[in-house]
Design a protein around this ligand. Structure first.
Ligand code: GDP
Ligand code: MG
Length: 163
């Protein structure tokens, strides 16, 4: 069975940008509009000598039944169930938001190993969010920039650790 990594987190934190970087193709739709990735996407990811399956998800919103948010939540739940490792992404420029805490709480209840990624960490503006990330109780955050490709070796170490 292929090692499977699911990328989860609220809309607009950079999940699809991370997915595209790891898959190397513009398979996932990236947009400034939150929640643009309506459909789940899968791809074969490469990170140095590591190969694994990766799942991009829409952001989980606080759910209202029957809504788009509820569908996105189910999608996230399904990806988490399938995954050997979940990468929860936050936006280090914005910091920890209540919805991130909601996510973290949900993920902490499960059995799947979680890696926390503080994305958009390029430059000084990300530093506060990186520190705040510790409060989510998911261990040490990986400082990352999906757009600029910073943090790949830290991500690699975490993935290798769980493979
Ligand atoms: P998703 O909704 O979580 O899938 O987020 P997207 O990948 O669609 O990205 C949302 C926005 O954040 C886009 O405008 C991206 O260009 C931007 N973004 C993604 N990664 C980074 C990053 O590392 N740094 C900065 N500054 N912006 C980023
Ligand atoms: Mg997306």
């Amino acid at each position: 069975m292929t090692f499977t990594v699911a990328i989860v987190g609220r809309p607009n934190v950079g999940k699809s940008t991370l997915f595209n970087r790891l898959v190397g193709k513009r398979l996932a739709l990236v947009d400034d509009q939150p929640g643009v990735t309506r459909d789940r996407r899968e791809g074969d990811a490469y990170l140095f000598d590591c190969r694994f399956k990766i799942i991009d998800t829409a952001g989980l919103e606080e759910a209202f039944d029957g809504s788009l948010e509820a569908r996105m939540r189910r999608q996230t739940e399904r990806a988490v169930e399938e995954a050997d490792l979940v990468i929860m992404v936050i936006d280090a420029r914005v910091g920890v938001m209540p919805i991130d805490e909601h996510f973290a709480k949900y993920l902490r209840r499960g059995k799947t190993p979680i890696a926390l990624m503080a994305n958009k960490c390029e430059g000084k503006v990300g530093e506060v969010g990186l520190l705040e990330a510790y409060s989510l109780g998911l261990g040490e955050p990986i400082p990352f920039s999906a757009e600029h490709g910073l943090g790949s070796s830290d991500l690699y170490d975490v993935i290798k650790e769980h493979m």
